[in-house]
Design a protein around this ligand. Structure first.
Ligand SMILES: *Cc1c(COP(=O)(O)O)cnc(C)c1O
Length: 574
């Protein structure tokens, strides 16, 4: 038996939770994630490893990654493949499984990356790969790029992930106690399970499936992340027939996944015992989108150790030892002297200023209120809300604020790309009066620099489109307050004037009116001018109290240790 087979044999000794996600951010330099979904998956796995949960994870080995971002002088984004070498980080496994794509056999292999915790726990992540000599050149590309290609390409990837993933776990000898689908991309795994669990009554499909559905349901957990209908993957049945073939009879599939198109979300909803949204509000929004199902809510978190900068790590180690594996200790943040908290913050701010100087040549001041805004560049996040009234913006901000932006637009999102260009335009327009930078290649490493180095973290999504959001939780781990629209997690984390500030009205209405932009920007300007800027410059005492509250009331709760304990007790042990 080879060394790696011995490792796998050891792993298969106890039943596991299998966590499936199209993207996972396991490591900054492994670019197999595009944004919040992948980073959340990585944080989930890191906390599972810390807590020694019996978990394995399955994802796609996107060898050309998401993409590397470049911008010309006008801010127009161009994309390059983010090619990386799997062998530098992980080990190829000797196991092979086959899936059918367009009638061909496509061989899938897996690589293993072990997420190790300082507690001694670990979670292996299996990266599925079709780039093998046995496959045709086109099939070798199936696992090449994340969210690239056309709809048929997406379906092929989802066949590899869902069906290939279950076959691989089976081939390796795993006993799986729950399959957790992180978003609908993985829901074809339910079809493979239906087939595996079917009873040998060859001529009565229906009766057999009634029984099968229940068993499959008992095995499956589904987390939905998308609060809009258009965001769910849907495949026309003629494409499904051509690309995937008939895994289960078409009539049964239509019954489970929708009459007109194969809707991946519907398939997961119909075959999962436990379903949840990623914040309380998102649970309610999902419930109203899918009234026939019981949809719970487990609010997201972030992995505390990963998202705390070194200066704060040292501070927490000194005053709250054990915090990383027990973030509840943040409740005792009051033990940290004010000046030490402020000092750690200023160090993080100076690190960011040095980074900005190195990357852009721009000179930021440590004494000016610095606002951060970094996330996927896409219309609903409204990166340019601050610039709705340019005169007012200048009057409020000149000499008093500076702004750090970052974020990638999806290669096909023209509107998102224009948003980036707009920020560049404002950068040039306010040059010499208000410092604005747009940093390239937002990834986990730049994210940590920005969320820890700014004074406030701003988020301006159009309600109710931010399912949860997690970057604001990262900020709170570094004593940085949020100034955000009441959507997603912030509805739960916000206490006005204590943990941060809201933008716009309370989140009563489900669909925003046409005046949402003007109403929200009005509130944004008002609070910035009359509350936030005066507090920053004239009331350091209150400011530091609020930094404490961000840690003691927000980071305390919005972490993946708390989140994973809830998944265990509410979803996995059911
Ligand atoms: C945390 C994170 C996100 C998610 O940010 P939101 O503001 O919650 O959308 C996206 N991209 C990267 C690189 C991150 O680290």
């Amino acid at each position: 038996m080879t060394e790696i087979e011995t490792v796998v044999l050891e792993l298969t000794r106890e039943p596991k939770i299998a966590y499936f996600s199209m993207e996972i951010g396991v490591h900054n330099d492994i670019p197999t994630y595009s944004g919040g979904l992948g980073v959340l998956a990585g944080d989930t796995i890191r906390s599972a490893a810390d807590l020694k949960l019996p978990m394995v994870a399955v994802t796609i080995l996107t060898k050309k990654g998401y993409f590397t971002q470049d911008m010309d002088d006008t801010g127009w984004q161009t994309e390059y493949p983010a090619v990386w070498d799997p062998a530098a980080y992980m080990q190829a496994l000797p196991y092979r499984v086959v899936v059918q794509v367009e009638g061909r056999d496509v061989v899938v292999q897996a690589w293993i990356y072990n997420v190790q915790s300082l507690t001694g726990g670990s979670v292996p992540v299996f990266f599925l790969d079709t780039d093998l000599p046995a496959n045709s050149p086109a099939d070798r590309e199936i696992t090449a790029s994340l969210y690239g290609g056309d709809l048929a390409y997406r379906l092929k990837q989802e066949i590899v992930l869902g069906i290939g993933g279950v076959r691989l776990l089976h081939e390796m000898g795993f006993e799986i106690r729950k399959y957790h689908m992180n978003e609908g991309h993985a829901s074809l795994l339910t079809l493979e399970l239906l087939n595996r669990l079917k009873k040998p009554i060859e001529d009565v499909w229906d009766e057999k499936l009634v029984w099968d559905r229940r068993s499959v349901k008992n095995l499956c957990v589904f987390t939905t992340h998308t609060p809009v209908e258009a965001g769910h993957d849907k495949f026309p049945y003629d494409m499904v027939a051509r690309v995937m073939g008939e895994i289960i009879p078409t009539a049964t599939l239509q019954d489970l996944a929708g009459k007109d198109k194969l809707n991946m979300t519907l398939l997961a909803l119909n075959l999962s015992r436990y379903i949840n949204g990623v914040a309380k509000k998102h649970g309610e929004v999902s419930q109203s989108m899918f009234p026939g199902y019981v949809i719970h809510a487990i609010t997201n978190g972030v992995h505390s150790f990963t998202w705390t900068c070194d200066h704060f790590k040292r501070l927490y180690d000194e005053y709250l030892p054990g915090w990383a594996n027990e973030p509840e200790l943040f409740v005792r943040v009051g033990r940290i002297p004010d000046e030490r908290l402020w000092d750690a913050h200023m160090k993080a701010k100076n690190d960011l200023i040095a980074y900005i100087r190195e990357k852009t040549g721009s000179e930021f001041s440590p004494d000016i209120l610095t606002i951060g805004f970094a996330r996927r560049a896409t219309a609903y996040k409204r990166a340019d809300l601050l610039f709705r009234d340019l005169e007012r913006f200048e009057k409020i901000g000149a000499g008093r604020i500076q702004l750090v932006y970052a974020g990638k637009a999806h290669p096909k999102d023209e509107q998102g790309k224009r948003l980036i260009q707009n920020i560049f335009k404002y950068r040039d327009r306010f040059k010499g009066r208000i410092n604005i930078v747009y940093l390239k290649n937002y990834n986990m490493s730049t994210a940590l620099k920005i969320v820890s180095g700014v004074d406030i973290w701003m988020n301006t999504p159009l309600r109710p489109l931010e399912a949860s959001g997690t970057s604001g939780m990262k900020a709170t781990h570094n004593g940085v307050m949020n100034f955000s629209v009441l959507d997603g997690w912030w509805i739960e984390g916000h206490i006005e004037g204590f943990t941060g500030w809201s933008i716009g009205p309370a989140p009563q209405e489900l669909t925003p009116g046409a005046d949402a932009d003007s109403r929200d920007s009005e509130d944004l300007y008002h609070k910035l001018e009359n509350i936030i800027i005066p507090a920053y410059y004239d009331d350091r005492h209150t400011w530091v109290r609020m930094m404490q509250n961000a840690i003691g009331k927000n980071a305390y709760y919005f972490n993946t240790h708390r989140m994973m304990r809830r998944y265990v007790t509410e979803a996995y042990l059911r």
